[in-house]
Ligand binder design. Sequence first.
Ligand code: PMP
Length: 751
Amino acid sequence: MRSMSTSRAAAVAATHFGIAGEVEELPGEVDDNFRIRAGDDSYVLKVSPEGTSASLLAARQFAMTRLATSGVPYQFPHPPAGGEAIVALPEGGSASLVTWVQGTTFASAGRPLDLAQDIGLLAGSVVRALEGFDHPALHHGGHWDLATAPSVLRQLGPHVRNRGDRELIDDVLDRLIVQIPKLQQLPKQVIHGDINDLNVLVAEADGGTEIVGLIDFGDISYSWRIAEVAIAATYAMLDQDDPLGIASEVVTGYSEIADVTAIEAELIYDLIRARLAVSACVAASRADQGNPHHAVSEFDVWDLLERLDYVDSVTAAAELARAAGRDVPEVPSTLAERRQAVMGGALSLSYESSADGPLHIVRGVGTHLYDTRARRYLDCVNNVAHVGHGHPDVVAAATAQIELLNTNTRYLHDSVVSYAERLVAKMPDNIEVVYFVNSGSEANELALRMARAATGRRAMAVLNHGYHGNTSAMVDLSPYKFNGKGGEGQPDWVTVLPLSDPYRAKVDNAAYEAAVNRLVGTGPQLAGFLGEAIVGCGGQVIPDAEDMRSIYRAIRERGGVCIADEVQTGFGRVGSHFWAFELHDLEPDIITMGKPMGNGHPLGAVATTRDVAAAFDNGMEYFNTFGGNPVSAAIGVAVLEVIEEEELQSNAAAVGSYLLSELRGLMARHDGIGDVRGSGLFLGIELVADRAIKTPDAALTQKVVDRGRELGVLLSIDGPHHNVIKIKPPMVFSMEDADRLVATVDVALSE
Ligand code: PMP
């Protein structure tokens, strides 16, 4: 509660310090702070509440004066020497005046990454300047003094009432308690104690942004020396993609100037977590007192605490100790080796050969993934997490149902029927019957059986470069597989139709006629056609609509059924429509679905016409142990509801068309981009060595993807020439995410 008016502040500044000027209120945790503008100069009038120890105020001023010799740009007392520095006010409390440092706070400048090391240097120079300085009033042990963290956490922890949050705090406390013998050996001295992102001021300079000052000496205290850099690092880490990387830089800068003992180095990481926990607890206790204090970003503090909870603290502590120049033997992670020993080698591992090694992701939130170093990545790959990683509605639906019951479709259950009704409502009118399965492959398998049951024939036609699943029949129907590495070539019951690619090879009508004519011939007779409306594995190719319609026509003329594989493209991903086949005005007989349906829970489905369903219902039971179980159904319903409530299809349309135009905008500067295409949030960037002759550039594509990972953006590659960057992120992808993606591609291509 502010106790002094601005007019009174003006009077105090004029009467006691001889500074007359315009007065503006400033934020402050304990003191009332005012900016006094006097001509070109500005000052800060600090009014400390009654009861603030006069000797503490004096000690702060001594410390500030001490810093004057350090070269640290800071606030110094006014008048600089002599005069009355601290004035007791008749109404109670006391006033002092310090100089104004011109600049923007580190926080409002967006916590610029390239200043991390400079923040460490600043902390180091403050520690060096205050070395040997002491004053009894500074041995106060307030709650911001990290040396009091164990008791602060014990005392204020109960104000955190959310169970998960409270566990985070308790973990930090437990760790501190274990470390007490080492904590007691930490060297102590007077430190600033609050080099946070609101107290470090920065300004634009010739070469970019630089630190111009340190303010607020209200938390100066005799404490652990290493706390100075731990606190500075904590605030620099907030809301960063690579918080530990940033902390390492801060610590490196610090250790260039200040001494760091082995024990200090080892404890930096624990102290960072301690500071976050203290900040969170103080905020919670203030909120309980009806006095929320928003000077530090509480959201970012909780976010970082939670992210660090998934970090291996031994590795993290070792990393920071190394940054401080103290070598700590590292325990190498053996997870990749263990995986290799027990899991099949045919599984692929992204970024396996990159310098940073494969990703070890432990958590997903919305469009972001987090690894074991708390590093945050923008996910442009995982279309399965359709409504966003860890969507709370989906988690809640799954949890509630699995607690209650999970069986199969041999019993009546409301949610599976409701789910089927809701799915059918999303389909064209003639599609009326649903079967639930557990994957896209299984959905296509079942669709194949249906096509065969409906026609009494066996052969199938597919589009070149298509992929339809991992089962033996689906590998046989996937040119992407049977013509790829380890493939056994085209089976005799499969016909491959050319993929009409508007960028590379639009199939002319004559060629199509010829290809379709080959369908009638010798060999097994045609049961139908299986194809995607945008061919993902073909490199996000949108075939010409007229060509797709002529395929459907030809198949029907020959008595076959048409299967639309919507495993990748369904559920609003293409933006303009709920299903991608609608882009071409196709009328499939069977629609297969998978990936996004369960937001990561294994869930697939086949929907078809009443006629096809009747033909399939030939007496043989179709039993699927897991397909359509109540948990899957509850999840499926939750996903559909989120798509509607959060209007994710229109988000895909808006963000997708923005991305298309921004990425196409990059073509003016980057000759390597041959084509940008797609619909909604299902896009491709095709990279070429020569735009005129469209030579595929797989090496450049790999380079962009690898650089993307370094910059915290996950991308993937596809297409027969491995030169198409695929973009198929969770549908909650925002405009800001889109900007970040475009900027990353831009940077990667510029290098
Ligand atoms: N069809 C298409 C078009 C696919 O992309 C995939 C998976 N990539 C599948 C089918 C197979 O789905 P699943 O991996 O769930 O079996």
